[in-house]
Write a protein that binds this ligand. Structure first.
Ligand SMILES: NC(=O)c1ccc[n+]([C@@H]2O[C@H](COP(=O)([O-])OP(=O)(O)OC[C@H]3O[C@@H](n4cnc5c(N)ncnc54)[C@H](OP(=O)(O)O)[C@@H]3O)[C@@H](O)[C@H]2O)c1
Length: 309
């Protein structure tokens, strides 16, 4: 169960990677390209997509196609799917990796625009791309959908609830899709990362107590390691990818124990409340475009630039 024995050859396949301008998406696109795939790169920052395309061209002799898109805009995912199909034809592998963010107490973030944008990027856009590309894969009898969720499908933390909810929603859609496609030869892979060393770690450090309590136990992995696991899963037909492998798989497979552990952590680490100032608790909503988030990402990038090593 869970492993298809036949090898899925990647040379010449059309692979779409969202969130390819950074972190896990960047490395995953490089890994697919190294195996001879033709890449379509999607994210907002065009200059980064072009830089990745040039890097891929230098390594493989074939540039990637870039599709600058803001997936937080309703309809943008469907529109870019049409553009990709016009430019590259049938899509063989779809990697839904782009991820946004929103922070704040559940009742403060509620259903505000920042929360809705987050769900647009992390849940509705992946489904729109699945809606665009899976019918063709099903008719042709091959292909793969890779959805990057998170250990957050079973792990949450104060101020992190919407992020966990969006991942959990995509996770259940992924599981259902796999069952629906069992008869049709289309692979469905759920990628369940624990902590991965990408710019997303900048804002993660802003969540009171989280890194101290959780990262110590799980460890942290490099995005290139995860990218190789993703490519392997598509090639050999594994249903789930965990990274860091041992700690994240164990946590995912024991969700009740994990939740008990997290509650104990929250009681210990945030002994005097939620970790957020009381006067902000009812109103603080930190959306993806908040300067607090972009500053934290930029600081991570400065600290990890080759000149800072
Ligand atoms: N790093 C971790 O510890 C970790 C753990 C669990 C799960 N994950 C998941 O892994 C995925 C990749 O994260 P990462 O760690 O590689 O983070 P990252 O380096 O911050 O990359 C996020 C990617 O998503 C793209 N993106 C964000 N908002 C977008 C939008 N509105 N439209 C289009 N693209 C958008 C970004 O590109 P632009 O800014 O150029 O648009 C970027 O390429 C996410 O789904 C994340 O939830 C990460």
């Amino acid at each position: 169960m869970g492993v298809h024995v036949d090898h899925y050859e990647l040379a010449g396949r059309v692979v779409v990677v969202t969130g390819a301008s950074s972190g896990i998406g960047w490395e995953t696109a490089r890994s697919f390209a190294a195996r001879g795939a033709r890449l379509a790169l999607v994210a907002r920052r065009e200059e980064r997509l072009r830089a990745l395309s040039a890097e891929i061209e230098a390594a493989t002799g074939r540039a990637a196609h870039v599709f600058p898109t803001d997936l937080s805009v309703r309809g943008a995912a469907s529109a870019v799917a049409d553009e990709i199909a016009r430019a590259l034809g049938d899509v063989d592998v779809l990697v839904n990796n782009a991820g946004s963010a929103v922070g704040g107490a559940i009742w403060a973030v509620a259903d505000h625009d920042e929360a809705r944008s987050h769900f647009e990027v992390d849940f509705w856009s992946p489904l729109a791309l699945i809606g665009a590309f899976v019918p063709g894969m099903r008719r042709r009898g091959h292909g793969a959908v890779v959805n990057v969720t998170s250990l957050r499908v079973v792990l949450t933390w104060p101020a992190f609830g919407h992020s966990s909810a969006a991942c959990a929603a995509l996770s259940q859609a992924t599981e259902t899709l796999r069952l629906e496609l069992l008869r049709f030869g289309v692979r469905v892979v759920e990628v369940i990362p624990g902590p991965i060393d990408t710019p997303a770690q900048g804002p993660t450090k802003l969540i009171p107590g989280f890194v101290e309590a959780v990262h110590g136990r799980l460890g942290i992995a490099q995005p290139a390691d995860l990218a190789d696991l993703i490519v392997r899963a598509v090639t050999v037909g594994e249903d789930r990818v965990f990274c860091p492998e041992g700690s994240t798989r164990a946590a995912f497979e024991n969700p009740v124990a994990l939740r008990n552990q997290v509650e104990a952590d929250v009681r210990r680490v945030l002994a005097d409340g939620s970790g957020l100032p009381d006067e902000l608790l009812d109103t603080m909503v930190v959306g993806a475009d908040d300067p607090m988030i972009s500053d934290a990402r930029e600081q991570w990038e400065r600290e990890h630039s080759p000149s800072a090593q």
